[in-house]
Write a protein that binds this ligand. Structure first.
Ligand SMILES: Cc1cc2nc3c(=O)[nH]c(=O)nc-3n(C[C@H](O)[C@H](O)[C@H](O)COP(=O)(O)O)c2cc1C
Length: 343
């Protein structure tokens, strides 16, 4: 039995080698940045356990990011990344902060990077990881010089695109996985799925939901409890109420806050109507709403009115346990699945 597992483990190690080399980690598993959740404690715990943690910069200003990177470094000497949102008004100052700290990997989220952003990051010596929501964009990003891609399907928690992980993986992996490492995200709760995406050519995977209830995660006990109780069908995508106000859907556990978001959209749409705000400002208001609502749930524990961003894999989160145990379980499941491939 031991020998059998070790063959699977060896296969897993080979399939993860490229991703591990790119990240500088022991296993090619990233914990995707989660606003308010992915701070120093969870990020350091992930990297210390052999994975790759990513600080969620979210709406932090440069001073706060500076402090967070310093504090994370104090907890781990292993590599970790920083996730920056492309529409952040101080994006270039945040890049400068990452550069000053010699952050090795910057993950760009929230749409195509503005002019000069890739060059600015690369000038610091960091590698750039970008989200590719479609094959055409994946190719465009590779041409423009990104070092790796994350493809994230609509099963994921937080802001989502319209396409499922399995379809994105089939469309994008065969076309670009030989050019740059591609990490698959969205809906991954067990190692069998990790093995599957590695077999399809992924360099590794990114998980978010599965790590929220880690012992080291500072998410409020109420937030964790909501995750432990929920099943896949409770993690629903937000609904857009006004055709003129395109809202990026967000996947979260259903709660009274879901209705508050609908009300917020109506309110913002009304200010658009009256000319009180421009479209860009209206969309920014929606994004600020999410950041505030997520903080309310993650930090304050208001699981009724805050936002419980969670992916469909939430049903596979069954207990609070240390990060090292979660990673060990995922690796064992993946190794066992790869072992069976030979049969
Ligand atoms: C609570 C929560 C907050 C998130 N916040 C962010 C964020 O700030 N930036 C980002 O790029 N992705 C964010 N995500 C997405 C994760 O980084 C990750 O890609 C996603 O959770 C992977 O899918 P999974 O939830 O099915 O594992 C968030 C996800 C969750 C669950």
């Amino acid at each position: 039995m031991n020998e059998m597992i070790s063959t699977g483990a060896a296969r897993l190690e080979r399939r993860m080698a490229r991703g591990c080399e790119f990240l500088g980690s022991e296993v090619a598993i990233l914990c995707g940045a989660m606003s308010w959740v992915s701070e120093r404690n969870l990020v350091a715990a992930i990297s210390n356990a052999g994975g790759f943690g990513v600080i969620a910069c979210g709406a932090m200003n440069p001073e706060l990011l500076d402090k967070e990177i310093t504090a994370t470094r104090a907890l781990t000497d292993r590599p970790f990344g920083v996730n920056l949102i492309t529409m952040h008004p101080q994006l270039f100052d945040l890049i400068e902060v990452c550069g000053r700290h010699r952050v090795g990997h910057v993950v760009l989220a929230g749409g195509l990077p503005p002019k000069g952003a890739l060059e600015a990051i690369k000038a610091t010596g960091a590698k750039v990881i970008a989200f590719a929501p479609a094959l055409s964009l994946a190719k465009k990003l590779v041409r423009s010089g990104v070092d790796a891609l994350v493809i994230e399907g609509m099963e994921a928690g937080g802001h989502i695109g319209p396409v499922s992980t399995s379809v994105l993986a089939q469309e994008i992996l065969p076309a670009v996985a030989s050019d740059v490492p591609v990490f698959v995200a969205g809906g991954i709760g067990r190692g069998e799925a990790i093995a599957g995406y590695l077999d399809m050519g992924a360099a590794g995977v990114q998980l978010g939901t599965r790590f929220v209830c880690a012992t080291e995660s500072i998410a409020h006990p109420n937030f964790k409890r909501a995750f432990l109780r929920a099943s896949a069908r409770d993690a629903v995508a937000s609904v857009q109420v006004d055709a003129r106000l395109p809202v990026i859907p967000v996947r979260a556990l259903k709660n009274p806050g879901t209705e508050l978001f609908t009300a917020k959209q109506r309110e913002v749409a009304a200010s658009l109507d009256s000319g009180a705000v421009e479209m860009a400002e209206a969309q920014l208001q929606i994004e600020h709403y999410w950041a505030g609502a997520l903080r309310r749930a993650v930090i304050d524990g208001d699981v009724e009115h805050g936002s419980l961003m969670a992916g469909q894999s939430v049903g596979m989160v069954t207990k609070e346990e240390p990060v090292a145990d979660i990673i060990a379980t995922l690796m064992e499941e993946a190794a066992a699945a790869l072992e069976k491939r030979a049969a």
